[in-house]
Design a protein around this ligand. Structure first.
Ligand SMILES: Cc1cc2nc3c(=O)[nH]c(=O)nc-3n(C[C@H](O)[C@H](O)[C@H](O)COP(=O)(O)O)c2cc1C
Length: 496
């Protein structure tokens, strides 16, 4: 059964040893986020900070979706499953959206503040990294916006910095759906765009908002499909749009084309660096604040991997890429976006129906919306490589990728301004070069003459020898259950 709210999910994380409650006082000014950062870097349980200085009754929770185990728990699976199995279930459920339902009563409206009473400094916003431009109220949350002239409701995850008592500042990229809505429709018509920031919704509801789902497609229904239950929505108090009823905190407001710019940033980014300077960005004016009793502000303190941003790409962007390859008939075996590679690199294993299939994969993936924008390096492997086993991938790269004909560059590709390897000018222009590393044997190589035999336990010995050794391995005092490894390997498509 789906989690009703983030509280149910946190309790489940705690049961599986993936979250700890901390009741000692913690400062919102860098201390709380530094704890979240360290927990992410160590791979430790997510800290649930229940005693925040200056904010009695408020909690901060960080790193809630920062590894495969937490992704499995969010979707109701055994956290010990192989990542590929967890991700394939996300992918399968993504294909069956479920329509949302509207409710009248909503926990997220237990407390309502409007008009002159609005003061964002009364909400517990952490100072995330030393040197950030301000306190961020939104870091693991999404902004809901209605389309100007259709019934499409978009959700997009973004950072929101507290600028003053009634204004937040944020990056609104033209290639994101929210950017398409605002710059393409509201701005030319000189109309204010209603928005609502949703903080602390049930995990899958939040997670889908970070994916480039596509114009006109409902992330709300997608979340329902992943949950196997409809998302419950309630109408906002001051704006004409709907938000998840069981979220912790909702901020409502408008982006007004007549009153657009203010300085925002910098903030530590998903790349593990601070790349975006303080710049004029978009003003999100607030018209209402609503929240649950004892609200939990959910935080992502982005930095070096792995944290929530890396995992969301590993789960959702993977699904987006797989769909792209499937509908174009690519015989893809598996696909991994290693969280350590911050959504900039992907590893694909394919069967080879024709030469240079890797370049076709590259053209398809580099050409997709956000997926393509972020993706910089693509590794294409033969079907026998487990793309989730980085040791196998590195070996294939070093031994099978020809240093000249195995590498193809794609010049003059659009880029986001956040890529650390770009020069300052390239970031401003949004221009990059992408690359595909073909780590497969050429199709015309003969197995007898050209393809060398791999010196691997699984390749070099007869099956009866492998079976005998696997059966007796633990009996000889070794810790691994090699019989199980062997059985599982045989069951996996990527096994030799
Ligand atoms: C933790 C996190 C923070 C993010 N912050 C921002 C941000 O501040 N601005 C932005 O444009 N995109 C940000 N993104 C990326 C967007 O969520 C992503 O591009 C998404 O596809 C946008 O949704 P949309 O295309 O439906 O508008 C963030 C992603 C994550 C995971």
């Amino acid at each position: 059964m789906a989690f009703r709210d983030i509280r149910g999910y946190i309790a489940a994380l705690e049961r599986h040893g993936e979250a700890v409650r901390i009741k000692e006082p913690v400062d919102w000014d860098l201390e709380a986020s530094a704890m979240v950062r360290l927990a992410c870097q160590l791979g430790s349980p997510a800290p649930i900070l229940e005693n925040i200085q200056d904010y009695p009754g408020w909690s901060l929770a960080g790193g809630l979706f920062s590894n495969y185990r937490r992704a499995a728990i969010a979707i109701g699976l055994d956290p010990d499953l192989h990542p590929s199995e967890i991700l394939n279930l996300y992918h399968r459920r993504s294909k069956h959206p479920i329509k949302s339902i509207i409710v009248d009563q909503a926990p997220c409206q237990e407390n309502v503040i409007t008009g002159e009473d609005i003061n964002l400094f009364e909400l517990c916003a952490p100072y995330l990294h030393e040197g950030d431009g301000g306190r961020y109220l939104g870091s693991w949350q999404f902004v809901a916006t209605p389309d100007y002239d259709t019934d499409w409701l978009n959700w997009g995850m973004c950072h929101l910095m507290v600028h003053n008592e009634r204004t937040l500042g944020g990056l609104l990229l033209p290639q994101d759906d929210i950017g398409v809505m605002f710059y393409g429709k509201y701005l030319p018509h000189k109309k204010p765009m209603p928005w609502a920031a949703v903080i602390g919704a049930e995990p899958l509801t939040t997670v889908v908002s970070a994916a480039p789902y596509g114009r006109g497609k409902s992330e709300v229904d997608w979340a329902g499909g992943l949950r196997l239950e409809p998302v419950e929505l309630v109408r906002c108090v001051t704006q004409p749009l709907y938000v998840p009823a069981n979220a912790e905190i909702i901020l409502e407001g408008v982006v007004d084309p007549e009153d657009l710019r203010l300085y925002e940033g910098p903030v530590g980014e998903y790349t593990g660096y601070r790349t975006s300077p303080r710049m004029p960005r978009v003003a999100f004016r607030v018209t209402a604040i609503t929240f649950r009793d004892n609200p939990i502000n959910c935080v992502a303190c982005l930095g070096v991997p792995t944290d929530d941003a890396d995992m969301m790409a590993a789960v959702l962007t993977r699904s987006d890429m797989l769909t792209m390859l499937e509908i174009n008939g690519i015989p893809v075996v598996d696909l991994c976006i290693p969280p350590q590679m911050v959504s900039h690199a992907a590893i694909v294993s394919v069967r080879k129906p024709h030469s240079y299939v890797g370049n076709r994969v590259a053209t398809l993936l580099f050409g997709t919306k956000n997926t393509g924008m972020n993706l910089q390096q693509l590794f294409v492997c033969d079907e026998d490589i487990d793309v989730f086993d980085i040791k196998q991938v590195l070996h294939a790269f070093a031994t099978k990728c020809h240093p000249k004909r195995g590498i193809t560059y794609y010049d003059n590709q659009p880029a986001t301004p956040l890529l650390p390897h770009l020069s300052y000018e390239e970031r401003l222009l949004g221009r990059t070069t992408k690359v595909v590393f073909d780590c497969t044997w050429p199709l015309d190589w003969s197995p007898m003459r050209d393809i060398p035999v791999r010196g691997n336990f699984w390749d070099m010995y007869p099956e009866r020898t492998i079976e005998k050794i696997c059966d007796r391995w633990q009996g000889w005092g070794y810790p691994q259950d090699m019989r199980k490894v062997w059985e599982e390997g045989k069951a996996r498509a990527s096994w030799k």
